[in-house]
Design a protein around this ligand. Structure first.
Ligand code: ZN
Length: 126
């Protein structure tokens, strides 16, 4: 998949309505980046990596929710109906589990470094 041009659906909004010191952020499939970084491929790649993590962990989360519901004796139709709750997996784990948050950021900074971010800068931001 390396180098593949296919992008998962997401929305990029350019805004300064971000916490101070933050150049960009990703909330599920919605990326917000400061207008001054509009041409910064690295920050776009970093935030897109978080979008990719959201999809990847969400798919696993949906499967787990449905499986647990089925194992718990829930009718398959209800199991399917509640499965989308699994899409909260990445956001919840990122917010509540520091090691997961660190892992996500390391992945995102690795991607950003392919666009010219130095190791020193990546470590400083981590
Ligand atoms: Zn990040």
């Amino acid at each position: 998949m390396a180098g593949a041009a296919v992008r998962l659906p997401h929305l990029v909004i350019y805004t300064d309505r971000l916490p101070s010191g933050v150049g960009g952020t990703a909330n599920d499939p919605i990326v917000r980046i400061r207008p001054e970084y509009r041409a910064d491929a690295g920050i776009h790649a970093h935030e897109y990596e978080h979008v990719r993590q959201w999809y990847q962990e969400g798919v696993v989360g949906m499967a787990l929710v449905a499986l647990l519901a089925l194992v718990g004796g829930t009718h398959w139709s209800l199991a399917l109906a509640i499965a989308p709750a699994g899409m909260a997996t990445h956001s919840l784990a990122y917010a509540l589990w520091a090691r997961h948050r660190l892992w996500c950021e390391v992945q995102a900074y690795q991607v950003q470094m392919r666009h010219g971010l130095s190791l020193d800068d990546a470590v400083a931001r981590l």
